[in-house]
Design a protein around this ligand. Structure first.
Ligand SMILES: *Cc1c(COP(=O)(O)O)cnc(C)c1O
Length: 366
């Protein structure tokens, strides 16, 4: 098992052995011990968000992160509501696609993949279209690694009296987010990103006053966030349909380990150190980052592919895998690039070994 590669990807990511070991037991989906674990998770997620159980609630949802985004969009907007999506990458665009599938009125503003979402434009868009009721955006746009400045954008959304849905999939648990202070109405994330659990479910941290008014809005039975919430509340941690029991148990352990590491701030410091070391080392080797350092999250970094004739991402990927690292292909439309994640059970020592491996690998198809 120690020979297995480290995932330098934005989730699923490398988890600790102790998280994996908790999955060696089977749990009954409606057993009280298991449901207690669910309730603990729901409470602890509120603590991580810096909110109270009076104002906010957590709903867990089966599936990958996108299922939870779809559950939030499809359940929180009513038939007459209109969504504004502030997009600067594939995950923002995915929110718009979800809205179109659900036949929800949607306007997408595309800032371009290398520009942050900005508060001035956000204000102008809201001024121009009074039909908009909800605004959705991505915190860390995993497409590039861009960190959108939510501290200046969300106050504009709130000043216009609109509801805010934040895709914090790749940042929650790894970057502090003042959910209550900013007045975020719904925040979506998943088990297998910065909290360092395994894949299988996502969650929505939502204002009680908001979700309480959403009965009957859902466009899908299995993704009905309101109904899932009511079931979890009334039955003390029960899910409507079979839940990802092993994943839930592993997530409980992952939360304990986040706490033991020193909480979100300590984890953020480790990720930032990983990313700083990665960028400095890669620059020494001649690689160029897509984004300015000021725009960057500590989560994942996009590097331009070298212009060496015959460069092949596949060859580069395979060579690094032999050295024990799995990297990520690029996802940006206009540039040839690749990505390296710095989250999960990954430490500065691992980054040091990666940089050494970079010196040894050949990345052309010969
Ligand atoms: C990972 C991620 C998602 C969800 O992706 P899944 O593949 O469905 O888990 C959504 N938004 C962002 C920003 C992400 O990083």
């Amino acid at each position: 098992m120690d020979q297995h590669y480290k995932l330098l990807t934005p989730g699923p990511l490398t988890t600790s052995l102790s998280v994996k070991q908790t999955m060696l037991k089977d749990w009954c989906t409606w057993d009280a011990d298991y449901n207690d674990i669910v309730q603990e998770i729901r409470r602890e997620l509120l603590q991580l968000a810096g909110t109270t159980d009076e104002e906010y609630t957590t709903v867990l949802m089966q599936g990958s992160g996108t299922f939870s985004v779809e559950a939030a969009i499809g359940s929180l907007l009513g038939p007459d509501d209109k969504l504004l999506v502030l997009a600067n990458g594939a995950y923002g665009q995915r929110i718009a696609t979800i809205a179109r599938y659900a036949k929800i009125a949607v306007h997408v503003h595309d800032f371009g993949e290398t520009k942050p979402v900005d508060p001035q434009t956000t204000g102008q868009l809201l001024q121009a279209d009074p039909d908009i009721t909800h605004v959705a955006l991505v915190h860390c746009e995993t497409t590039t690694g861009m960190l959108n400045p939510i501290e200046s954008i969300i106050p504009v959304i709130k000043a216009h009296g609109k509801l805010c849905i934040l895709d914090a999939m790749s940042s929650f648990g790894g970057i502090p987010i003042a959910v209550g202070e900013l007045g975020i109405d719904a925040l979506v994330s998943s088990a297998n990103k910065c909290i360092q659990g395994v894949p299988g479910f996502g969650f929505v941290i939502v204002k009680r006053s908001v979700i309480a008014g959403c009965k009957g809005y859902a466009r899908s039975l299995s993704l009905d966030l309101y109904d899932q919430w009511v079931t979890m509340e009334e039955n003390h941690g029960k899910w409507r349909f079979t839940s990802a029991t092993h994943t839930v148990r592993a997530f409980r352990q992952a939360l304990t380990e986040l706490h033991d590491e020193g909480g979100i701030r300590a984890r953020n410091a480790r990720y930032a150190q990983n990313q700083r070391m990665l960028v400095d080392g890669m620059r020494e080797l001649g690689y160029v980052t897509l984004l300015d350092d000021t725009q960057h999250s500590p989560i994942i970094t996009t590097f331009l592919s070298p212009d060496t004739p015959g460069f092949s991402f596949r060859a580069f990927y395979d060579a690094l895998k032999v050295h024990g690292f799995v990297i990520y292909p690029g996802k940006v439309t206009d540039y040839n690039c690749f990505r390296i994640g710095t989250i999960g059970e990954v430490y500065p020592d691992d980054i040091q070994r990666l940089l050494q491996a970079m010196l040894m690998v050949s990345y052309t198809d010969e």
